[in-house]
Design a protein around this ligand. Sequence first.
Ligand SMILES: [Zn+2]
Length: 226
Amino acid sequence: MRLFTIPIAVLLCFFQVVLTTNGIPFSTRAYWMRRANQALGELSGSPCPFAPFGTAVVNHTDTDGFGDLICIGVNQNRQIGNPSLHGEIAAIANCTAILTDPYGRFRLTASEAQAAFADLTLYTNAESCPMCASAIRWAGFKEYVYGTSIDTLVRKGWSQIHISSLEVFQASLDLMSRTVLIGDVLANETDPYFLWQFDPTYPCPDGCLHSGNGTRCRAFTRDELR
Ligand SMILES: [Zn+2]
């Protein structure tokens, strides 16, 4: 797990089971990272879509610090046709809609909703591209937590704009807000979602198996689970 704060980047290497970052134990971080993975099945229709980028946005500033889920998001490029709808952008849009819903839990005004992001933590199962990392900084999130790194994605064949989140964050010091960056959280569980797409020998994520010529993964059917 890596934790970075602005303006000084600090590399911390501890055993994940005992690490507490920003006052929150690893077990809590793991819970919410798994929640970001689960968003895939809920919003994309498959637990193992080709573009398995999932996000969960959480408020850890509530009473016990465990966290309150505000919204989830997944990559919707193919569903919607909007090429900017990466998981993080979709989640920011979903959260905004939930925060400002006049009949919802929060009923915030637009300006109140914008300010609310300063209390929120964004969990994404893969390091954000520079577009999403910039959006996270513009939103002013309190924390940004990712699993699989961009380096891993590139190494396994994913096309990426190869600028790390840390570089984006270091270039955003003029912004008024500060966002704590925590990387490599639960990467041992997020990596399998991203390692099969360009490697037919790599197994599908849990609950899924190869289909067709091995270039896709699909969920087990009920019969196959018996
Ligand atoms: Zn992105």
